[in-house]
Design a protein around this ligand. Structure first.
Ligand SMILES: Cc1cc2nc3c(=O)[nH]c(=O)nc-3n(C[C@H](O)[C@H](O)[C@H](O)COP(=O)(O)OP(=O)(O)OC[C@H]3O[C@@H](n4cnc5c(N)ncnc54)[C@H](O)[C@@H]3O)c2cc1C
Length: 455
């Protein structure tokens, strides 16, 4: 078998949206030319292919709000520059609850969005300047968040929702993108600047200056030397860490989605990405309940399930596809094993989503032919913040643990990690997105108190 030797300044391990974005900003902002993206799979084909492609700047902590705002601004820049290739839509996120005036959520909004006046707008009786969601260029959409407490306004704006909805929190800098197009656009720019993609699996890394990566190619083994390396291996961050003798503190939690053609027109085409925040117990017949409760694998379906079931129209205004998801799984899995796809999931998510969108109940037990059921890993830290920065090994960096928000934050992740690699200044807010935060007990205590919600 042939053995080739090769050398680059920087090797990025992983060509998902995160590795690609790191390489893109190294090329674009730091003039790097000698760079290889190493991946055993096609670019963008693992977790990055499963993304719901939603984005939002809604977070309970201002660092994450700043992080995603930064990323959205970079996406908007690319969308402009590429003549709209990202298909950015900005109908917003609608967070829905049956609780009237949920003070805890309003406090979260105020903490997350900071003190800027007018960013959180409470809409009570008879407010007329609320702008309902519509399909329009993202540049025309408002910013901030509207908290709708007026039931008449809610009924008039969101007639598809169940009548018991009491509050809608409408996040305005939010919507959908084509993350695949984002990845393609970046790959083209990387290649045009002399960067390349090496199709192979990194099996071992010999530390040193340079590093020596053992890469298993289809046709043999390659030894790739690299001055600096970036671990962007998605669900396999720990494996690459172990090759350097380091422990990466992440776990992998499998989450699923379904999409299908909504022949019943249950979901209006201008509906924002809608999330039912309330926990719920699914309605079952007595017979079904007994059957499900009797099996340890399905008992959880008869218990209260945490809020977060979501739904949105997918594709063009005149299309019919919709997407549904519910990240209720909390059990970590081994990403080397078989994917823990749950055959019950489509039925569960339809039942759950029909509580908010009652017309979806038409699909209970009647999932349309051609429906897709798919999933992937949320690779996440305990506190659900990413890892972007230096590893312990000199010359090694990490960009990952982007959980369920990696498409929307890929651009900022790439820009920040590229700055670390190039030795350039890091935006102040971004220091705590690196492993440095573990040395800050006050911040870690604050994050533990906020909780690690993953939608
Ligand atoms: C069901 C689901 C829905 C989601 N919805 C959204 C959403 O709506 N919005 C959003 O912003 N985010 C969403 N996400 C999250 C987003 O998809 C991820 O955060 C993002 O894709 C992670 O990208 P990545 O590049 O880190 O990982 P990946 O895409 O998994 O890429 C990692 C790559 O590393 C390669 N690799 C690993 N080890 C090696 C090795 N040893 N040698 C060579 N190559 C290696 C793998 O082959 C892989 O291609 C969702 C995720 C899931 C699972």
């Amino acid at each position: 078998m042939a053995e080739a030797r090769d050398e680059v300044d920087i090797a990025v391990i992983g060509a998902g949206i995160i590795g690609i974005s790191v390489a893109y900003y190294l090329v674009k902002s730091h003039g790097v030319r000698s760079i290889a993206l190493v991946d055993s799979r096609d670019p963008m084909s693992l977790t990055s292919a499963q993304s719901g492609e939603n984005y939002r700047n809604w977070w309970p902590h201002p660092v994450m709000t700043t992080f995603t705002d930064h990323s959205i601004s970079l996406m908007e820049e690319i969308d402009r520059e590429s003549g709209g290739r990202l298909n950015m839509a900005r109908g917003g996120y609608a967070l829905v609850t049956r609780r009237f005036r949920p003070e805890d959520l309003i406090a979260d909004l105020q903490r997350g969005y900071g003190a800027t006046p007018g960013r959180v707008r409470i809409r009570e009786n008879g407010t007329s300047d609320y702008r309902p969601p519509r399909r329009a260029p993202w540049s025309e959409a408002p910013d901030g968040v509207d908290v709708l407490l007026d039931r008449d306004l809610i009924r008039a704006t969101f007639p598809a929702y169940a009548p018991d909805v009491a509050t809608v929190i409408h996040i305005r800098r939010a919507g959908s993108i084509s993350a695949q197009q984002l990845g393609q656009f970046m790959l083209e720019a990387i290649r045009a600047s002399g960067g390349r993609v090496v199709r192979g699996e990194v099996k071992a890394i010999a530390k040193g200056a340079p590093f020596e990566l053992e890469v298993a190619l289809e046709q043999g083994t390659k030894h790739l030397r690299a001055g600096r390396i970036v671990n962007a291996a998605g669900p396999f961050l720990r494996d690459v860490g172990a090759m350097l003798g380091e422990e990466v503190p992440v776990k992998c939690v499998y989450q699923q989605k379904i999409s299908f053609q909504d022949g019943e027109g249950a979901v209006p085409r201008d509906l924002p990405f809608s999330i039912d925040l309330d926990d719920q117990a699914l309605a079952w017949s007595d017979e079904d309940r007994e059957l499900l409760a009797g099996d340890p694998a399905t008992r959880h379906l008869t218990e209260t399930i945490k809020g977060g079931v979501h739904c949105r129209p997918d594709g063009p205004a005149d299309g019919t596809w919709i997407k549904l998801g519910w990240a209720y799984n909390e059990r970590a899995s081994d990403p080397h094993g078989e994917e823990p796809i749950d055959p019950q999931f489509p039925d569960t998510v339809i039942r759950g989503a029909s509580r908010l969108n009652p017309r979806l109940a038409a699909y209970i037990g009647r999932l349309p032919r051609g429906a897709h059921h798919y999933g992937g890993y949320y690779t996440m830290t305990e506190e659900n913040w990413p890892l972007i920065g230096r590893m312990k090994t000199e010359g090694a960096f990490i960009a990952g643990a982007l959980s369920g928000y990696g498409s929307m934050s890929a651009c900022a992740t790439g820009a920040i990690c590229a700055a670390w690699v190039a030795g350039s200044p890091i935006p102040k807010y971004a220091r705590s997105l690196s492993a440095d935060r573990y040395a800050d007990p006050a911040l870690m205590a604050q994050l533990a108190a906020i909780g690690n919600g993953s939608l």
